[in-house]
Ligand binder design. Structure first.
Ligand SMILES: NC(=O)c1ccc[n+]([C@@H]2O[C@H](COP(=O)([O-])OP(=O)(O)OC[C@H]3O[C@@H](n4cnc5c(N)ncnc54)[C@H](OP(=O)(O)O)[C@@H]3O)[C@@H](O)[C@H]2O)c1
Length: 290
């Protein structure tokens, strides 16, 4: 009989945490333990160290994050505490107990001024408080973890919480016309696909020392406008989607205009296949509509 692996998921009530919960049914030998802010605040170093000491974990998946990109411009302290310091605390605590860590980061570490997809060695120039805090989180994980994988992802959506897909679906139902920016490009990523990939690579990650960085997004890319139009079409909604420039929608935080991630390294290293974004979007919308 194979022994089950005990895996701690922080930020378990967020959209990636909830996606892991769903995908873990395909991995009966994994026992996932989900915590969120109330059970385990990753900014509390003493509490985090004690939590990991009192239980036995074979791996930690850090889905805890401050993700309010625009609000972060005002709430710099809390954003930095969770995304930078919290990541460092978790890396130190995991390392102290020899537990491998999977940490999630973002395409917002890039300026988005590069036309070709960003590889893992691409130069990082975050444009926002959120992006800077996530980059510092990566640096602290790299400095303190003994065994870790940092996964950068982009434009995450799911059937849970608030995200671009759910917002566009709601607006398309409420309005006759919506305006969406057509000069920001990226790769939409279905959180269930990312969750599945995390669980697929986990056994190999557990046995690998050192800190490695990978990019994971669904393959293919589009503008925000093309993404919104696909959402409308797949959901069969009659609303008109009109393309507008970013200047028509000023936001507190700057977004990278062209942050497409190159995912070849994670695919070749772990032999995983990644669905194209339109197929995954269709699947997500069909699940939302059920
Ligand atoms: N969403 C995107 O478009 C996107 C794009 C690229 C990368 N990412 C990255 O992907 C990862 C998962 O994102 P997500 O969309 O699943 O985020 P999410 O839905 O916002 O979930 C994050 C979770 O972390 C919790 N949390 C906040 N502070 C915490 C703390 N101090 N200790 C423990 N838990 C805490 C949040 O609780 P509260 O809700 O109570 O605050 C929430 O449940 C993050 O690392 C994010 O940076 C996201």
């Amino acid at each position: 009989m194979t022994e089950s692996l005990h895996i701690l998921v922080t930020g378990g009530d967020g959209q990636l945490g909830r996606s892991l919960k769903h995908e873990s049914v395909h991995f009966p030998s994994f026992q996932l333990i989900f915590t969120d802010l109330d059970d385990l605040d990753i900014t509390n170093e003493k509490g985090t160290v004690t939590f990991l000491k009192e239980r036995h974990f074979d791996a930690v998946i850090n889905c805890a994050s401050y993700t309010a990109v625009d609000r972060a411009e005002e709430e710099q302290d809390i954003c930095h505490a969770v995304n930078a310091m919290g990541a460092g605390i978790l890396a130190r605590a995991s390392s102290k107990h020899q537990i491998p860590l999977i940490h999630i980061s973002t395409d917002y570490v890039f300026s988005g001024n590069q036309r070709s997809p960003y590889s893992e060695s691409g130069v990082t120039v975050p444009l926002s408080v959120y992006g800077r805090s996530k980059l510092e989180g990566e640096q602290l994980v790299t400095a303190h973890a003994q065994s870790a994988v940092i996964l950068r992802t982009s434009w995450l959506y799911s059937e849970y919480g608030s995200n671009f897909v759910r917002t566009i679906l709601r607006l398309c139902i409420e309005r006759e016309e919506i305006k969406v920016v057509n000069d920001q490009y990226g790769s939409p990523t279905y959180a269930r696909d990312l969750a599945l990939a995390i669980l697929q690579i986990l056994p190999e990650v557990i046995h690998s020392p050192g800190v490695r960085l990978f990019h994971y997004s669904n393959t293919g890319s589009c503008s925000r406008y093309e993404f919104a139009e696909a959402i409308r079409i797949f959901a069969g909604l009659p609303c008109r989607v009109t393309p507008v420039p970013t200047s028509a929608f000023p936001t507190a935080a700057l977004r990278p205009p062209h942050a497409v991630l190159d995912t070849r390294l994670i695919r070749s290293t772990f032999g995983i296949t990644i669905p194209r974004w339109p197929e995954s979007l269709k699947l997500c919308i069909s699940r939302i509509e059920k």
